[in-house]
Ligand binder design. Sequence first.
Ligand SMILES: *Cc1c(COP(=O)(O)O)cnc(C)c1O
Length: 380
Amino acid sequence: MNNKNVYMPGPSNVRENVRQARSIKTTNPDVDVDFVEFYKSTCDKMAKIINTKNDVYILSGEGILGLEAACASLTEKNDRVLVIDNGVFGKGFEDFVTMYGGEAVLFSKSYKKAIDVEELERFLEKDHDFKYATIVHCDTPTGVLNDLSKICPLLKKYNILTVVDSVAAMVGEKLLVDDWQIDMVLGGSQKAISAQPGLSIVSVSEDAKNSMKNRKSKIIGFYCNLTIWEDYYEQKYFPYTMPISDIISLDRALENILEEGTENTIKRHERIAKATREALKEYGGELFLNSGYSNTVTALVIPENIGALNLTKYIREKYNTIIGTSLGEYVDKLLRIGHMGENAKLDKIIYILDILDNSLKDLGFQGNGSLVSLFNKYYK
Ligand SMILES: *Cc1c(COP(=O)(O)O)cnc(C)c1O
């Protein structure tokens, strides 16, 4: 089980020093105040990487916990919530909103491109009575990237709080939480951050805190209630026992990013993603998207006579290598190359492009030239 090569758009590969960090001898995270300081310093590193002065919390639970916690903490019965939907995760917010009694109003657009800001603006001119809006930064099943730098300030102009799922983008894409006025950003340990799965990251603005404080009804649930974190640092007390080893390894992964430099990390993702797309196009492949290409994942259309599931099975069996198809209606149509975190490295991308090239040709695809040579041609 543990010797496979994995190229999924998350969970991504974990560097040796992050793996080892998890086995360090630990203290008692409930009573040792040194751990409170350590936890706070890990949150502060995260805040620095995503450019915010807002409070950042690390929750014990995989990325989805952050999505649910944001909706649980903000939604009251019959609140109108704008669900911006140009991907599978974008639409998925509808479930969390309605689960907590809200009325989800969908702004549904093509899954093949980024949200058109002017179109959204025209929509908001007519209807802007929303408590908050949800949007996905990079919607992983197709890889589409939305321009938060324009969308979030636009929503704030109408006093709409913004909840952003950046689980698959954070660290691989530019993310200026404060400049872009994002009220809640949600991240996960297992994508571009390249730590193990198990932790959610949430940043919470003053406006979001006030909204939670001014609720008429109580927040439903405990684990998903973000107000339980408010005074943890002053009280030196966590709402529940923190998974200390997970947090130590996350801290190490964040150190790796800070050592490289946040800008350099983003640049590394960008260079790999661009060359991958150019290579696939010249090779004769069809990219799924028409615009809004992300740095962290590339979705390639697989011809029907080959089939994405068949291709990934072939790759798994012949090369002991796991690469993803997609979700929902795209499960047999798209192949997704996850070039995020530790996978956004030259050796990793060249390995997977070589395997992909051979496998596509074995299954009858007439590719132009070699994917690796094409990648090298465009890697600048
Ligand atoms: C990975 C991911 C999550 C977390 O969800 P899982 O499917 O449980 O891994 C949330 N949002 C996005 C956009 C993701 O890519």
